[in-house]
Design a protein around this ligand. Structure first.
Ligand code: ZN
Length: 106
């Protein structure tokens, strides 16, 4: 019997994605760090760990202005990610654009 498909060991990034910092993500979320913690704790991973969170992650914004957080699952130390549909919220898109614009100016 063959086991489940092997999980990738490396994250892929996609064309059009731009990295932002965790601090900048917090700004996109309007400083709501409780929400950020909730995002970190609501990752999908099939490992049996009772509590898991996204650790050692990097944050990317794609060309739909959605946020992708990529890192490791604290329960099993394999890759895990959290996608946030920020592109659906005009207020967040506005803040994402401001963050990206400032990065470009640096
Ligand atoms: Zn896990």
């Amino acid at each position: 019997m063959s086991g489940p498909p092997k999980k990738r060991e490396q994250h892929r990034t996609f064309p059009g994605e731009q990295e932002i910092s965790r601090f900048e993500l917090l700004r996109v979320l309007d400083g709501d760090d409780a929400w950020l913690r909730e995002l970190e704790e609501s990752i999908f991973c099939q490992c049996p760990a009772a509590s898991k969170r996204l650790i050692a992650y990097r944050v990317f914004v794609n060309d739909l202005h959605d946020v992708v957080m990529r890192g490791l699952c604290s329960g099993c130390n394999t890759i895990a990610a959290r996608y946030v549909d920020t592109g659906e919220d005009p207020e967040k898109v506005k803040r994402i654009k401001a963050v990206l614009k400032e990065r470009k100016g640096r």
